[in-house]
Design a protein around this ligand. Sequence first.
Ligand code: DLL
Length: 442
Amino acid sequence: MSDFVVENRIWNRAEVLPRKALRALQLRRLRRQLEQAARVPFYRERMAKAKLTPQSLKSLDDLRRLPFTVKDDLRRNYPLGLCAVPRAELARIHGSSGTTGSSTFVGYTRKDLATWAELCARFLTSGGLRPEHTVQIAFGYGLFTGGFGLHYGVERVGAALIPAAAGNTARQIRLLRDLEVDVLVCTPSYALVIAEGLAEAGTGPHALHLRYGHLGAEPWTEDMRVKIEQQLGILAFNNYGLSEVIGPGVSGECPLRNGMHIQEDHFIVECVNPETLEPVAEGEVGELVFTSLTKEACPVLRYRTRDLASLNSEPCPCGRTGVRMSRVTGRTDDMLIIRGVNVFPLQVEEALLGVAGTAPHYMIIVDRPGNLDEATVQVEIQPGSFSDEMRAMQALRERIDRALQANTGIRFHVELVRPQSLERHLGKAVHVRDLRRDKGLL
Ligand code: DLL
């Protein structure tokens, strides 16, 4: 039996370029990208300090002579100080989500928009999208890059598109059903909200025509994938990107769904230890750092994403030669330190999803009422698992307690809450409330 979950169709031969040719292409493109970046005073000064010019760049390793670029550099150059083209050449401006501080902008030329559509078309195709399909986009349309990014990718493939945008779950379900939609595009957490709405309406996936989901923009786990696939009757594919680098389209899964192929003909990736900033060994988790190779408006050199993942450069049976990144296991800035122990929200999610009877909706609340941190997890239980019997609920709470302790190393207060009682999110889900921060203790 084939290992492929969908027919392995390649959108662009660039995806299967032999590594040697790919490296040569990267070097040529990097020289051009440095020329473009040198139009920006910020990068020009850095290149001068490192005594690096596009002509003196001899190998890809030379890139490491340049310092990293961080989010604060973008903030300091607010709003468009890192733009390499005259204002008149901009065709679109998007914004980053601004979840961790003030938002920043990123500009695109016409050519950048065409590149972006191409990159999205590639991962959509590798995840089963065909021109004859109908796609519903339930991402926010706006400054967020999810809606428009995927929109033009779907158009590039030639499929029919329903720009539903996020929200109004009942209408999403009506559209999915009445228009016989094949492919759903949204965040994994919103896919679950739609699945829940479907169950509430008393129907299941059989009422829909859905085959595939292209989900991204937030961290999710394998268990969550299983839940989404069961509840919506689809194959769910993961895709990754960030607005500072281009938006969605930086990487996406192939039909083997064992890591996301980075589109290395357009981006150079590094994986570094976030403390020492030295490269980590292959397969080890580190912070991803990207350098763009073909951007006109806003080239980025060695941009630190704060996303933690590992890289795998083993050849993939699908033939794509781009190195694969693992799921993002967390962000350096969403790591919680609770009583001295490092905890990522995704570790909590993993533990919860492993316990039968819990729903994948939870909220972590951290506080420091006296000298010690206290952590609580509110977790919804599945409608069928709610019991008036104290003993049954106590046993469930203990199972969750043990799973959390095993996965995170710390004890949480576990609060079981009724189905549907936690807030639902249309875009990126919010899973943490850190009251220590609100109190100025961090
Ligand atoms: O979320 C771009 C995007 C849109 C990607 C739609 C995929 C689909 P930002 O709003 O700038 O851009 O947020 C970027 O979201 O640094 C990651 O922390 C997180 N993220 C994005 N995709 C994934 C994913 C878009 N597949 C930030 N898994 C990134 C885990 C993801 N985290």
